[in-house]
Every structure is written in C-alpha cells, then in structure tokens.
Write a protein that binds this ligand. Structure first.
Ligand code: GN1
Ligand code: MG
Length: 610
C-alpha cells in the first residue's frame, strides 16, 4: 500500500499555444473513425488511446472546475477485456459514473479532428465555467483530478499523459498508482463526502478504504455471536480462494489478508483465511480466468499460480474477480467434482433477502423503506421469479450497463440492490434509509442490547460503510456475501440451492454495422430491423410449445449490440440446456441473415451439458 503522489499544476495556466501543441503531439489515429464512450467509458486497443487520453486529462480538469472545484477521477483500465486493450472510466464528484450531459462533451473533445477544433471546444467549456463560477483572478475554479490505473503494461504510460494534460490546465492531480476501479471511485466519493447523505467521509486513499471495509466487515461478523442463530463458519467456508484474473484485485486482496491477520490477533472471530491465485504476471490478464470467463462460459478458472501456491487448496469456496476488480462471482466444486456458479443474480437474491429480513426485525410491515432489486435483461428468469415470489421484493429491469442500473436503483428505491448477472453490482442506501435508522435508534434506545431488533439495527447501520456506495466493488461485495453466509451459517451449496438457474447460453455475432439493431428501453426486445423481433418471437414460441411446461419461466431470448465490443450479443434461456443452445443458435442465425452478418455463418451449438 503506497500513499498517493500529489502533483500541483501551475497557478498560471499554460498558454493556449502550448496546450494546442500538447494535443498536436498526440494526433488522432488514422485508422479510427471516431471514439465512442460505450457502456462504461472509452475502451480500445492501447495504441489507439494516447490522443483520447491527453484530451481526457484536459477534460477531467474542466469537469472538476465545472463542479466548482469538486474532485473527480480518471481510472485507466479496460476491465475484463484482454491485456492488449486499455481504456478509461471517468468518475464524477459523487463517485459515480460521469454525468450523461458531460459524457457528450467528453466524446466531442475526444473526436475533435485537430488541435484547433479541440481548442474551440475547450474555450467554450472554459467560458461556460467562468460564467458559472467567476473567480477574482479571472481564472477557473480549483480543479482536482484523482488518477488510478490497473496492472496493464501500457497503463503507466497512458496515466502519465492524463497527469500531464490535467497539470497543464492547472489542476492538482492525486495519482493513486495501481488501484482497483471501485477504489478510485471510493476515493473520489470520500473526497467530496459532503455530497452524500449518511456517509462519514474517510481518508480518500487506500488506507482509508481498507480501514472502513475491514472494520465494518469485522463488526458485522461480530453481530453473529449476539443472536445465537448466526455466526457459524462451516468447515468448507474456512478458506476463501480468490481468482484475481491475473489483475489488480489479486494484489489488493493481499493487503486485506494482512489486515485480517491483525484482526485475528485482536480476537476477531469468524474471519476466513484468504488465499489468492492468479496474480499479475502468473498468467494472461482475464484469459481463461476471472469473472467474465467464469460467468460467460460457466466454467472454472484456469489456475496459473505455481504449484506451491496451490498446494492443499480446496475448491469448495471460490470467487473470481475481473481485471479491474469491480465484478465478482462465486463458484465451487461439489463432492462429485461438479462445478457450480453463483453469479450476480444469486448475489442479488442473497443480499436483498438478508437486508429485507433485517429491516423486518425493526419494521415488521416493511412499509418504512422501499426495497427493490434492479436487474438487466441478462438476469436469469428463475432469479426474477424467486425475487418476486419468495423474497417478495420489487424488481425493475434496466438497460445493460452500470450507469443505467445504478441510476434505476437510485430512482426507484430507498434500498436499491443492483447486480448485473456478470457480478457487477452494489446496494445503494438513500436518504429515507438513513432517516429510518435514526428513528429506529431513538425507538430502540433503552431496550435490551441483544434483542433481535437491536441486532438488526447494528447490522443495517454497518452496511453503507461496508458496501461501496459509488460503484460495484468485487472486494466489498465479496466481504458482504461472506458476512451474510457466516451470519446464516451457510456454505455455497445452501445458497446455490435457493433456486435453480434456467439453463442459458450467451454468444456473439459479428455484423458489418451493429447500429442497424435497435432495442426497446430495457433491451428485452429488438425494434429494428423490422423483421427481427417477430422472428425471435416465433423461435421463442416454438421452443415454449416444444417444452410444453405450464410452470416456471418461459423460454426467452433477446439480442442487442454490445456497447463495449464490436459484436451483437445473444442471450437465450430455456428449461433445458439443449433448448437454450438451440434458441441461441437460431437467434444467431437470424442476426446473421437479417442484420448483415460477416464471415462464415454461425455454427449451431451442440449441447454437451444436460
Ligand atoms: C452481457 C454483459 O455482460 N455485458 C457487459 C458489457 O457490456 P456490453 O454493452 O454488453 O458489451 O460490459 C459492460 C461494462 O463492463 C457491463 O456493464 C455489461 O454488463
Ligand atoms: Mg470491470
């Protein structure tokens, strides 16, 4: 754990000609028609990025100024994508994703054909900011940019460009070095702690992050000893194995391991042993390992670590992170050696039912705060049914991508749980939740410390500190899930058996131009090209007729253009793997035929699992 490096930009901004020559020194790649912001920021092969990174360094300083000096962030990562790619995620001052209106400015600046046009955009934004926040010296307000990067080999070079450009604008740059994406967002959120109700601002650096997570986690475990029902660690949950995807998460877990050692020595009970596999350098980033691979292929990760690191390792309690540690999925091998995946849907079910149960201990009618879960079209039909019928919570389906699910959770619920099936998610606590806690505190004062309502209050109060309130966070989510399993005395098998996933299949198809496909708001149906949805619907109807089941979710498939890759994604689920595979194969063929498929026609899947 290293302290961040703070660089102060000059109080006198560099002359426009110098800024223009910095832009000129990194021209637009001739092979790229335009940069697009995608589902989660800019993401391209690394050699295409220097141009955008210089401009985004300038942009991030302007964004901070446009918020009157609130601090913002730049994370250099291409997440779960291969090592050759890189990219950037921009964090707004509340720690969340960049505001949509400013996303447009970012895209315009990244795509300005030359320095002259870039300078026009920069001066338009500058004029607007100066009008909004006039300064005595006629300059821009204070600007602060936090920078973090993942472990990709080109990340340090790209980070330098961002730092240089932000400094040229006169910003202060806080360079955190190698951190996970959610850590960077967490730093930014705490740097502007006044913006969030109920958040007690922490030091906005790594030690502040670890402290708040580890201590709230340990405090949550401690509540297990109070009610006499929780607080049981089964033998097969004593060691938690983390597949770091050969990326940043593996390095950061090591710090947690050290903190756990100290907590243990201080008498904290219930902590699991943490064992990390797949460190940077041990294998290729995100390849045949990590959350994306494990979730999409529904297969265990390859273990690249040397044999001595794997010795005696059990596969009974495992997680896989992605390359920037903002996603986590759980998995285990049962006694028969069969692999089981517990994805984001399963996490949403576990977390939302836990929170509702605790809330009901204080408010049995469940009327005081509105709880709910936000899913995307990729959520397994069985999970949606379970949430509605068993957990009895509200479910909203939002468009794929963190910025959409996050916004929906904020908008619809006082306690909004969101998880994409791929393991990206968090729980957002709104103002009504904090009011509820304050009222419960007053109501329960003087009642026995260990009655169930008081224990619930203690648990609920800890959650906003443990659960990263800015974005989904693999480490925070992993600790939350582990604490819930411990409090319930469960292992992964008990959790897995809450419901059975419908067999599903995901695939991709290459087309000449994926923008020919349009979808409805939550992407559950295609609206263009015209014939596509009708054909997909007939395929679904035929599958439903063939399966002939009156209970459970119906077979379903949908298609959408990816926001991060040059491909059209296909999702299908049915009551058998065979059905899901053949529905996916049919949808792929329809895309190929109706949407301008390129290359040879997609081959139908041959089912090899029952
Ligand atoms: C099916 C799927 O997993 N899609 C992912 C993927 O977006 P696409 O737009 O599907 O490429 O990357 C996003 C960013 O990480 C993530 O939010 C989203 O869930
Ligand atoms: Mg990621």
């Amino acid at each position: 754990m290293t302290a961040p490096t703070i660089h102060h930009g000059s109080s006198i901004p560099i002359p426009p000609a110098q800024l223009a020559s910095l832009i000129d020194a990194h021209p637009k790649p001739p092979t790229l028609s335009s940069y697009s912001y995608g589902t989660a920021g800019f993401r391209y092969p690394a050699p295409l990025l220097p141009c955008a990174f210089v401009r985004m360094g300038i942009f991030s300083a302007l964004r901070s100024a446009s918020l009157g000096g609130e601090e913002v962030g730049v994370m250099i990562t291409a997440s779960h994508n291969p090592e050759e790619d890189n990219g950037m995620k921009l964090a707004d001052s509340n720690g969340g994703m960049l505001d949509a209106a400013w996303e447009e400015h970012a895209v315009s600046l990244a795509n300005a054909p030359n320095s002259k046009e870039a300078m026009v955009l920069i001066s338009t934004l500058t004029r607007y900011i100066k009008g909004k926040y006039p300064q005595k010296n006629g300059g821009l307000p204070k600007m602060v940019v936090h920078v973090g990067r993942d472990t990709r080999s080109h990340s340090p070079g790209l980070a330098k460009l961002v730092v240089r450009a932000a400094l040229a604008m006169g910003a202060t740059v806080i360079d955190h070095g190698e951190v996970s994406t959610p850590m960077l967002h967490h730093f930014v959120m705490h740097a502007n702690g006044h913006l969030l109700p109920g958040i007690i601002p922490q030091r906005c650096n790594e030690s502040g992050y670890y402290e708040i997570m580890a201590f709230s986690y340990a405090a949550l475990l401690r509540t297990g000893k109070l009610d006499g029902v929780g607080g049981k660690r089964l033998a097969n949950t004593k060691e938690l194995v983390i597949d770091g995807a050969c990326g940043i998460g593996a390095l950061k877990i090591d710090t947690f391991r050290k903190i756990f050692g100290k907590l243990n020595a201080e008498g904290c009970v219930g902590l699991p042993m943490l064992r990390t596999v797949n460190f940077p350098g041990e294998g290729p980033l995100n390849e045949i390992c990590g959350a994306e691979y494990v979730q999409k292929l529904q297969l265990p990760p390859n273990l690249y670590s040397p044999k001595d690191k794997l010795m005696g390792m059990s596969k009974g309690y495992m997680t896989s992170f992605d390359g920037d540690a903002d996603r986590v999925v759980f998995h285990f091998e049962d006694v028969n050696g069969k692999f089981h995946l517990l994805d984001g849907d399963k996490i949403a079910v576990l977390v939302s039912s836990f929170i509702q149960e605790e809330l009901r201990c204080i408010d049995p009618d469940g009327q005081a705060v509105k709880c709910g879960v936000v899913q995307t079209a990729y959520a397994n039909g069985s999970s949606t049914l379970y949430l509605k019928n068993v957990v009895k919570t509200n479910v909203v389906v939002a468009k794929t991508g963190v910025k959409f699910v996050h916004a929906a959770a904020h908008h619809h619920f006082d306690v909004g749980v969101y998880f994409e099936a791929n393991g990206h998610g968090t729980v957002l606590f709104g103002p009504k939740f904090y009011d509820f806690i304050a009222q419960a505190d007053a109501k329960l004062r003087g009642t026995p410390r260990n009655n169930r309502a008081n224990i619930a209050l203690r648990r609920l109060r800890l959650l906003p500190a443990l659960v990263n309130q800015s974005v989904g966070d693999a480490m925070s989510d992993m600790l939350l899930v582990d604490a819930i399993l411990y409090l319930r005395g469960w292992d992964l098998n008990t959790w897995a058996q809450l419901y059975s996933d419908m067999p599903s299949k995901q695939a991709k198809v290459k087309v000449a131009d994926r923008t020919v496909i349009a979808t409805n708001d939550n992407e559950t149906a295609a609206t263009a090209p015209e014939a596509l949805q009708k054909a997909l619907q007939s395929a679904m109807d035929a599958m439903a007729a063939a399966e002939n089941r009156s209970d459970g979710p119906k077979p379903r498939c949908f298609v959408r253009p990816s926001g991060t890759e040059d491909a059209v994604r296909v999702y299908a689920e049915a009551n058998t793997q065979n059905g899901a595979d053949s529905l996916a194969s049919e949808a792929m063929m329809l895309i190929y035929k109706l949407c301008g498929g390129v290359g040879s026609p997609p081959q139908p899947f041959i089912t090899n699992r029952l």
